[in-house]
Write a protein that binds this ligand. Structure first.
Ligand SMILES: Cc1ncc(COP(=O)(O)O)c(C=O)c1O
Length: 397
């Protein structure tokens, strides 16, 4: 057989899925039922009005192709929503509806990157940023997000990473996996550097509604940024619609918008039509259920932060956004001379709770493990009681 393309070995993946496969295998072999505190998606069902809009669209025979960049009425709704956080008014033509948040990364980076280009990627961060960068033959330049800095970096640190080859900065606020939120000052500084060095920004704002303290600030709030930024957003997290697979790219750069549309046309032709009607209902319909979910995440965050900080050798700050909690476990790693992956494995096998090692999201995650607080209060209490009892039993030895 002739060989596969030279690009393929550079493509990474989401190692979180490998951890889940291992966990399922463990459950099968041991008969033990794990408590899942690692989940990266909303712990609620899709709101009824959105499900009903999906069904109504099918019954109304909305089952044919739409224009590649999406239904005009949906693009208008997205433009209006996105303009709330920007210094410009976005229009329908600035929006390309695609099959989830992930394709925005894939299309934008395909449109932009060549071998030799450098991409500044926060670390730890969503693994697909680095994976697609390397797949395209470009180079990942990591910038550390440290717990002691509330998972921000400094402008000096960023400027030191910029070279003549830098083309793109990945911005993700609120963040996965840290729950960190960039300050307005940091975003203003990133914007200044992007303009000074003529850089693009991919602003992943998929958790924009999940800011538990303060307000969401988009980098497109700063003058001159909408033309060099692609916003990534979608319905997956806010509206508990991960399986619907709908997201969107928003940019004031017409050439970039045209390339993203062309890539989407080559790839999927359009997003499935009933999903687009569901997204329209999500954005323009009643928001009570969303408000309820957001309040619940905040309650569960407070519960989880309190319980985690009672466990010997674990400490965390209260994250300002998303639904993740990064917990520092350095003391435990040193005490037992193990890695964060080994600690998570022990917690799975001995305490029967699944959490993720920080290294799934990059090497600056080594001191950390990631919990998510999308699970029910009952599961959060049960899982953390099990971890506490396990750690206490080994801590003294
Ligand atoms: C930071 C971040 N961006 C993008 C995505 C992808 O979203 P989607 O499921 O809509 O493709 C995720 C999903 O976990 C995420 O955490």
């Amino acid at each position: 057989m002739k060989s596969f393309s030279k690009r393929m070995p550079n493509l990474g993946t989401e190692n979180a899925f490998a951890v889940i496969t291992k966990a399922k295998q463990f459950e099968k072999e041991s008969g033990v039922k794990l408590v899942y505190l690692q989940i990266g998606e909303p712990g609620f069902d899709t709101p009824e009005n959105i499900k009903n809009a999906t069904i109504a669209a099918v019954k109304d025979n909305q089952t044919h192709y739409t224009p590649t960049p999406g239904l005009p009425v949906l693009r208008e709704a997205i433009a209006a929503e996105t303009s709330k956080n920007a210094c410009v008014e976005y229009e329908a033509k600035d929006v390309i509806v695609v099959s989830g948040g992930k394709p925005v990364m894939f299309y934008m980076m395909n449109a932009l990157l060549d071998p030799g280009d450098e991409v500044i990627v926060p670390n730890p961060s969503y693994p697909i940023y680095g994976s697609v960068t390397e797949y395209l033959g470009a180079t990942v330049v990591p910038i550390a997000l440290r717990q002691e800095n509330d998972f921000n970096f400094t402008i000096e640190e960023l400027e030191a990473k910029i070279t003549p080859n830098t083309k793109l900065i990945m911005v993700n606020s609120p963040q996965n996996p840290t729950g960190g939120v960039y300050t307005r000052e940091l975003l203003a500084g990133i914007a200044e550097l992007a303009k000074k060095h003529d850089l693009w920004v991919l602003s992943d704002e998929i958790y924009d509604r999940m800011v538990h303290e303060g307000e969401h600030v988009s980098i497109t709030n700063f003058e001159g940024m909408p033309e060099r930024t692609v916003i990534l957003n979608g319905c997956s997290k806010t509206f508990a619609m991960t399986g619907y697979r709908i997201g969107w790219a928003v940019t004031k750069n017409a050439e970039m918008a045209a390339y993203i549309e062309q890539l989407a046309c080559n790839d999927t032709s359009c997003v499935n039509t009933m999903t687009q009607y569901a997204a329209l209902e999500a954005l323009t319909g009643p928001q009570e259920q969303v408000e309820y979910m957001l309040q619940e995440y905040k309650n569960r965050r407070d519960l989880m932060v309190g319980l985690v900080n009672e466990i010997p050798g674990m400490n965390c700050h209260s994250p300002k956004g998303a639904f993740y909690l990064m917990v520092n476990v350095r003391e435990l790693l040193d005490k037992f001379s193990i890695t964060s992956a080994e600690l998570c494995d022990r917690i799975m096998r001995e305490a029967h709770v699944l959490i993720l090692p920080g290294t799934v999201f990059g090497h600056f995650g080594e001191d950390l493990v990631r919990f998510s607080y999308v699970s029910s209060e009952e599961d959060i209490r049960d899982g953390l009681a099990k971890i506490k009892s396990y750690i206490e039993s080994v801590y003294q030895t």
